[in-house]
Write a protein that binds this ligand. Structure first.
Ligand code: NAD
Length: 256
């Protein structure tokens, strides 16, 4: 299996794309740490999917990824539990927003930047150092978004953070290449997870209509891409953005 014996830390692993990735990784032979700010949901998720992997191949850890010390502790926990770290999926995130001129920076900018942007930097640092200390290698997959590459309604802060994730990916790949570490970003489009299910049925239908298959992407479809990027089969993909938006970008171009 492509991820046989790889050790992966998956942030935001208690739900959505993160949990789908936990499942795919387990099925492909990986050992997985489910990391989430919601410790109870992380533990419940690990219990729920345990049968999909080898015995003892999944464990849970509570972590607020916007706290660097906590992120480093999650990496340490991973190494204590499974002996090493091979893959970090920097996936935890929050969404939402309001019109720019109604912003209160303390409510509508800084908190989201901490979770969606700073955490990715923290993860790159913590995992990059661990990869260095264990002799090099390792893969970091960062979750950006289609909104990281374009302006969008009510998404000023989210877009800024997701654009930074793309920039971090390029620069980190450049800086860490000497130790054999790969860093890649993905840009999902519209994925059927709680983050998007909070919107009205009408808005979700509109979202789906913007994809070329005219249906919301399933979290497993993104997880399959992440598993490929984490595997050695994708060694030539580094420092770049892998679009997994079901043609959203092409759809938008029809109007340009
Ligand atoms: P989700 O809400 O289902 O999952 C996000 C998970 O992150 C949750 O389990 C949540 O508890 C966790 N989390 C939130 N804040 C955290 C923190 N501070 N520390 C640790 N964990 C935290 O959403 P999802 O759709 O699976 O989103 C996963 C990633 O994909 C996010 O970065 C999101 O921005 C991105 N994304 C989603 C879509 C989409 O359409 N769903 C599209 C593009 C990008």
């Amino acid at each position: 299996m492509a991820l046989d014996n790889k050790v992966a830390l998956i942030t935001g692993g208690a739900g959505g794309i993160g949990l789908a990735t936990v499942r795919v990784f387990l099925r492909q032979g990986a050992k997985v740490v489910v990391a989430d700010v919601d410790t109870e949901r992380a533990q419940a998720a690990a219990d729920e999917v345990a049968h999909e992997g080898a015995p003892g191949a999944v464990t849970a850890v509570g972590v607020d990824v916007s706290d660097f010390d906590a992120f480093q502790a999650a990496v340490r926990t991973t190494v204590e539990r499974f002996g090493r770290l091979d893959v970090l999926f920097n996936n935890a995130g929050i969404a939402g927003g309001k019109p720019l001129l109604e912003h209160d920076p303390e409510k509508d900018y800084h908190p989201m930047i901490r979770v969606d942007q700073d955490s990715v930097y923290y993860g790159i640092l913590a995992a990059g150092r661990q990869f260095r200390d264990q002799g090099g290698g390792g893969v970091i997959v960062n979750t950006s978004s289609i909104y990281g590459e374009q302006a969008a309604e009510l998404a000023f802060t989210y877009s800024a953070a997701k654009a930074a994730v793309i920039s971090f990916t390029r620069s980190a790949a450049y800086e860490l290449a000497h130790q054999g570490t790969r860093v890649v970003a993905i840009t999902p489009g519209r994925v059927a997870t709680p983050i998007i299910n909070q919107f009205s049925p009408e808005l979700r239908a509109l979202f789906a209509s913007e994809l070329l298959r005219n249906t919301m992407t399933e979290p497993e479809e993104i997880a399959n891409v992440v598993a490929f990027l984490a595997s050695e089969e994708s060694n030539v993909i580094n420092g770049t953005v892998v679009s997994c938006d079901d043609g959203y970008t092409v759809f938008k171009q029809r109007f340009e």
